[in-house]
Design a binder for this molecule. Structure first.
Ligand SMILES: Nc1ncnc2c1ncn2[C@@H]1O[C@H](COP(=O)(O)OP(=O)(O)OP(=O)(O)O)[C@@H](O)[C@H]1O
Length: 268
């Protein structure tokens, strides 16, 4: 078992309670999508799993470690085993794509080697290989600020693939991509996670993509798990309950906000 959360809650410093009593177990071979409306707590949950936030209460176990009990060196080591793909990857604007991808392994190197590799990219073929999986190898030496939003997302993904983490997390990883690229990228992420035997957990607003690409779906609503079930058993009622929005009422829009798509990916 790779991840376990027992009664985990998180309250932001301003008092907003983002997660309440989350109980979860995720195994090494699992691929899980987290869906839910804006503000449901998806990003907060991923940040807890990435250890960039610490739970306010409850027990979180990640890769056989308890992040809150670790000293700073051990916590750094744990973080180097976790890859978080950001919706808008934090790429220094003037940095070359090759350097941004190679930065995936900075956390696994000594400070001196990390600084050296920032100035003199040492594994150009490694960076190219990850970029070509995402159809972006032609941008190897481009500057990050000269890329489109979808291309920047793919650089962020290539960086995490290059890192080769033991746990892959992704926060809206394909939100800036066209439908064909989004399909290709999710297929790539899924098959790499399977090949490497690591869990993949992604938040997605596109419910049809979540249902097609992920065998297990967690529906998060107002900081709580509303359902946690196999994709093929998610019903229209589940989605209606998840996305019912008490704050919005559009008289022109009748019926369900999100409609259950008819088909799952036959490759899965
Ligand atoms: N830095 C912060 N300080 C205070 N409150 C925050 C902060 N970040 C998020 N929140 C609040 O925590 C709750 C959960 O936010 P979170 O970003 O996890 O939601 P989300 O499901 O990822 O939303 P979205 O789909 O819009 O990205 C929301 O009520 C949000 O307003």
């Amino acid at each position: 078992m790779s991840i376990s959360l027992n009664g985990v809650a998180y309250t932001h410093p301003n008092g907003t309670q983002a997660l309440r009593s989350i109980n979860l177990r995720i195994d090494a071979d699992e691929q899980v999508a987290i869906i839910g409306s804006s503000g449901a707590g998806k990003t907060t949950l991923l940040k807890l799993l990435a250890t960039s936030l610490m739970a306010s209460s409850g027990e979180l176990e990640l890769l056989q470690q308890h992040p809150r009990r670790l000293r700073s060196g051990a916590l750094r080591q744990l973080r180097s085993r976790i890859g978080l793909i950001h919706q808008s990857p934090p790429l220094p604007p003037r940095q070359r794509v090759v350097t941004a991808v190679l930065a995936g392994r900075l956390g696994q190197r000594s400070l001196a080697r990390a600084c050296l590799s920032l100035c003199y990219p040492s594994d150009i073929s490694g960076a190219r290989a990850e970029l070509s999986r995402l159809d972006l190898s032609d941008k190897l030496f481009a500057r990050c600020d000269q890329l489109s939003g979808g291309q920047q997302q793919r650089v962020g993904i290539a960086r995490v693939l290059y890192q080769q983490p033991d746990l892959m997390l992704a926060d809206e990883p394909v939100s800036a991509m066209d439908p064909v690229l989004a399909e290709h990228t999710l297929n790539t992420l899924g098959s790499i996670a399977r090949e490497r035997g690591v869990p993949l957990i992604a938040s997605l607003h596109a419910v049809e993509l979540a249902l097609r690409h992920f065998p297990r779906i967690i529906g998060l609503r107002a900081g709580e798990i509303l359902f946690d079930k196999a994709a093929e058993t998610v019903s229209q009622q589940d989605l209606d309950a998840l996305y019912v929005n008490t704050g919005l009422s559009d008289p022109r829009q009748q019926g369900s906000a999100v409609v259950l798509p008819p088909l799952r990916n036959p490759c899965l």
